[in-house]
Ligand binder design. Structure first.
Ligand code: S3P
Length: 448
C-alpha cells in the first residue's frame, strides 16, 4: 500500500527531446469497475489490460474478501468468479482500500444493500477524505455508517437488510457518488434513480449495461437522469480495459514541454466524459493529432501523436472540469510553461482528492518560482513561457501520485531540476511511470 513504505525521493531534470511510443497501462476507473461487476455477476468474468496499480490490487483483494474468487493469470489478465447480485459474504477482516477513494466508495455502494457489515480503512491520505458524500445517499437505502468525526475512515457500514430504492440528485459532480448509488441500487427492488447536474465519467453505466442491467439515461432540465432497474441478474463478461487517458496525460504533457519531442501514445480512451485535457491543450496551442480513431472495449479510442509546442495560457471552460478533473495538476504544470495566465475555475472538487490539489500545486509551483493565485474554487497560474520556469525546488506530494508525476513532468522543462519528496504513491495508478518515461528519454531518477 502506498505511503506505508519508505518515501522515495525522485528528481527530474532537463535533457534531450522525448521520442518513441508510450504504451500507458489500463484505465484505473474501468479496472475497479471490472473487478466489482465481475464479483457481482454469475459466472467467470475475464479481464485483460487490467491496471495492476496498488489501488486496483486493493479492490481485487476486497472483492475476494466479500466472497468472489479473483485469480491473476498473467500480466493484466485476471478472472473473477462472481457471487451474483446480493451474494456478498461478510468479510472476516477490515477492508483496507489503501489510497483509493474510488475503491472504498464504490465498494461501500455495492455492499450497502446486503445484510452484512464491513469495516473500511485506508492510508493517511484516504483517512482524511470525506465519506459522507456516499454514506448520506446510502442511508436512504437503509444502510448505517459509523465512522470518525466528519465522516472519515475507519468506518463500519451496516448494510440494509430490507433495502428500498432511492432517487438521489448528487450535490457535487462526482462519478464516485453516482456509482455508489447505482451499485447499491442493484440489490434494491424497483428503480433507483441518480440525477446529476453535470455529466461525470459514465463507465459504471456503460459497464452495468454490458453485464446485463437495464440502465437508461434521459437528458432533462435538471441534468442527466439515470435509471437502474433493481435486482437484475448480472452475467459474467469479457472486459478489455482500454488505456488510461489520465495516465497518458503525463507523457503527453512532457512531450509538449520538451523542445524537439515527438511521441506516440496509442489506444487512449477518448470517452467524452474523460477527454477534457486534450481539448484544453489543443486550445492552448498543443500539436496533438488523433490518429486511427476506433472503438476498443466499448470505449472510443485514438492514437495520440504529440509534438513539442509553444503554448499560450487560456481561460479553461469551467463546464469542462468534470471531464478533466484528475488532469488539473499536470495542466497546472503545463500552464507554468505557457505564455500568460491559465485560469482554472470551478475546481473546488480538487480540494478533496488524494490531497488538496489546489494547495499542493500552488505551493509547489511557488517553490519552483511560478506565481499563482487561488481561492476556494479557482487556480490561476501565471505562465513564464517555454524555458522560463526556474525550478530548483523539492516539492511536497502529500501521498498524491498525480502531484508527484506533475512536478516530475515540470522538472523536465525547468531551468533547474525539480525533486518530489515521495514518488512512492505513483505505484497506485501508474506503476511503470519511471521506466516508461525513461524509455522516452526523460531524465527522471530516484535520488538520495
Ligand atoms: C473516479 C471519479 C473521480 C476521479 C477519480 C476516479 C471514478 O472522482 O477523481 O480519480 O473512477 O469514479 P469523483 O467522482 O470524486 O470526482
Amino acid at each position: 500500500m502506498a505511503g506505508h513504505g519508505d518515501p522515495i525521493k525522485m528528481t527530474a531534470r532537463r535533457g534531450g527531446a522525448l521520442q518513441g511510443v508510450a504504451e500507458v497501462p489500463g484505465d484505473k476507473s474501468i479496472s475497479h469497475r471490472a473487478l466489482i461487476l465481475g464479483a457481482l455477476s454469475v459466472g467467470k468474468t475475464e479481464i485483460t489490460g487490467l491496471l495492476e496499480g496498488q489501488d486496483v490490487l486493493d479492490t481485487a483483494k476486497a472483492m475476494a474478501a466479500f466472497g468472489a474468487t479473483v485469480t491473476r493469470l498473467g500480466e493484466g489478465h485476471w478472472t473473477v468468479e462472481g457471487v451474483g447480485v446480493g451474494g456478498f459474504a461478510e468479510p472476516e477482516d477490515v477492508i483496507d482500500c489503501g489510497n483509493s477513494g474510488t475503491g472504498v466508495r464504490l465498494i461501500m455502494g455495492c455492499m450497502a444493500t446486503s445484510p452484512i457489515s464491513a469495516t473500511f480503512t485506508g492510508d493517511a491520505s484516504l483517512r482524511k477524505r470525506p465519506m459522507g458524500r456516499v454514506t448520506d445517499p446510502l442511508a436512504l437505502f437503509g444502510a448505517r455508517a459509523y465512522g470518525r468525526a466528519g465522516g472519515r475512515l475507519p468506518m463500519t457500514l451496516v448494510g440494509a437488510a430490507e433495502p428500498v430504492p432511492v432517487t438521489y440528485a448528487t450535490p457535487m459532480a462526482s462519478a464516485q457518488v453516482k456509482s455508489a448509488v447505482l451499485l447499491a441500487g442493484l440489490n434494491a427492488p424497483g428503480q433507483t434513480v441518480v440525477i446529476e447536474k453535470t455529466a461525470t465519467r459514465d463507465h459504471t453505466e456503460r459497464m452495468l449495461r454490458g453485464f446485463g442491467a437495464e440502465v437508461t439515461v434521459e437528458v432533462t432540465a435538471e441534468g442527466n437522469r439515470i435509471t437502474l432497474q433493481g435486482q437484475p441478474e448480472l452475467t459474467a463478461q469479457n472486459v478489455a480495459v482500454p488505456r488510461d487517458p489520465s495516465s497518458a496525460a503525463f507523457p503527453v504533457c512532457a512531450a509538449l514541454l520538451v523542445p524537439g519531442s515527438e511521441i506516440l501514445v496509442p489506444g487512449v480512451s477518448q470517452n467524452p466524459t474523460r477527454n477534457g485535457l486534450f481539448l484544453t491543450l489543443r486550445e492552448m496551442g498543443a500539436d496533438i493529432a488523433f490518429e486511427n480513431e476506433r472503438e476498443e472495449g466499448g470505449e472510443p479510442v485514438a492514437d495520440l501523436r504529440v509534438r513539442f509546442s509553444e503554448l499560450t495560457g487560456i481561460e479553461v471552460p469551467p463546464d469542462r472540469a468534470a471531464s478533466q478533473i484528475d488532469e488539473y495538476p499536470v495542466l497546472a504544470a503545463v500552464a507554468a510553461c505557457a505564455r500568460g495566465a491559465t485560469v482554472m475555475r470551478g475546481v473546488h472538487e480538487l480540494r478533496v482528492k488524494e490531497s488538496d490539489r489546489i494547495d499542493a500545486m500552488a505551493r509547489g509551483l511557488e517553490a519552483c518560482g511560478v506565481r499563482v493565485e487561488e481561492d476556494d474554487d479557482t487556480l490561476i497560474v501565471h505562465g513564464l513561457g517555454q524555458g522560463g520556469v526556474p525550478g530548483g525546488a523539492t516539492v511536497a506530494t502529500h501521498l498524491d501520485h498525480r502531484i508527484a508525476m506533475s512536478f516530475l513532468v515540470l522538472g523536465l522543462a525547468a531551468q533547474q531540476p525539480i525533486s518530489v519528496d515521495d514518488g512512492s504513491p505513483i505505484a497506485t495508478s501508474f506503476p511503470v511511470f519511471e521506466p516508461l518515461m525513461q524509455a522516452l528519454g526523460a531524465g527522471i531518477l530516484r535520488s538520495k
